[in-house]
Design a protein around this ligand. Structure first.
Ligand code: CAO
Length: 266
């Protein structure tokens, strides 16, 4: 094996080592074998199960400019009730509203692909980056909850995740999945459908980009739009591309025009 230099004891060098450690820099002095255990072992199994699903991908950009104002107004209301409101609860609720028009996307497929169960509950799971790794806890019955109730559930699950307390109760029963990878970084993704559900959407980072005020009239000028991409993956054995595109259009309408979303809230 490579000879490892003895650690320096000089003050100057140890300060530099400390600052590298603080910056997350790790220079391995030898190869390290890392056993795949625990949550990662479960990830191996679930990803292998997902491999048997023929994935259809569709990517679309949504203009969040109006949604940003809507969220700021709602955030102020949420703060008076001690609730933290990111974009996620609004996206989750909008997804549930769109699923009312596309029940075939919310459910499970059986093992031999002879039956799809369309679920009455919109149990939307959210991919979470936790100290134990990727976990996907579920917000149950989104169809019966307000945006602020969804926000409370999300924060509760995030806290459980941070404290390694997410269990079977929180991690089971998903009917549809959203993954906000943009919270960390990245604009597009090719997400993997958690078997036996049918659809996952990966949310990209919201970016300020120039867009035409009126697509039919380029002379009307451009404005600084807040753009967000969503990358969908659907089980192409039972979900066709046209259905996925129509669902995405419906969600896009709710996101781009929050008043259309509010008018469909019930
Ligand atoms: N673009 C821009 N800003 C974003 C954003 C995005 N896509 N997503 C979140 N933000 C903002 C939030 O609005 C918040 O800012 P404010 O204070 O102004 O509200 C801030 O970033 C922090 O958000 P958050 O991460 O605490 O909360 P969230 O509800 O948006 O997301 C969660 C929660 C759990 C989805 C997220 O923390 C997380 O873990 N994401 C990673 C998911 C992941 O790993 N996916 C990959 C799966 S495959 O391996």
């Amino acid at each position: 094996p490579e000879e490892v230099p003895a650690p320096s004891t000089s003050d100057k060098e140890s300060t530099s080592d400390d600052s590298k450690a603080a910056a997350g820099v790790q220079r391995l002095t030898d190869d390290v074998v890392v056993p795949v255990r625990g949550i990662q072992r479960i990830m191996v199994k679930s990803m292998e199960a997902s491999l048997s699903i023929p994935h259809f991908n569709l990517m679309e950009e949504y203009d969040m400019t109006q949604m940003a104002d809507f969220r700021n107004e709602l955030k102020a209301v949420a703060e008076t009730r001690d609730i933290r409101l990111s974009y996620m609860p609004i996206l989750i609720k909008a997804t549930s509203l769109a699923l009312f028009r596309f029940p075939g996307l919310n459910g499970h497929i059986n093992a031999d692909a002879t039956e799809v169960t369309q679920k009455a509950s919109h149990n939307i799971s959210v991919a979470m980056d936790t100290p134990r790794g990727l976990l996907v806890p579920v917000i149950k019955d989104v169809q019966n909850k307000s945006i602020l109730e969804v926000a409370q559930d999300l924060v509760r699950l995030q806290e459980l995740g941070k404290n390694n307390k997410l269990g079977e109760k929180e991690l089971s029963g998903a009917t549809f999945t959203l993954s906000n990878i943009g919270a960390i970084g990245g604009t597009y993704a090719s997400p993997v459908i958690p078997s036996p559900t049918l659809v996952i959407g990966a949310i990209g980072k919201i970016q300020t980009l120039p867009r035409f005020r009126d697509e039919r009239d380029p002379d009307a000028g451009v404005y600084p739009a807040k753009m967000m991409n969503i990358s969908w993956a659907a089980d192409h054995r039972v979900v066709d591309g046209a259905t996925m595109a129509r669902f995405s259009n419906q969600l896009k309408q709710y996101i781009e025009s929050p008043s259309s979303m509010v008018s469909d809230l019930h």
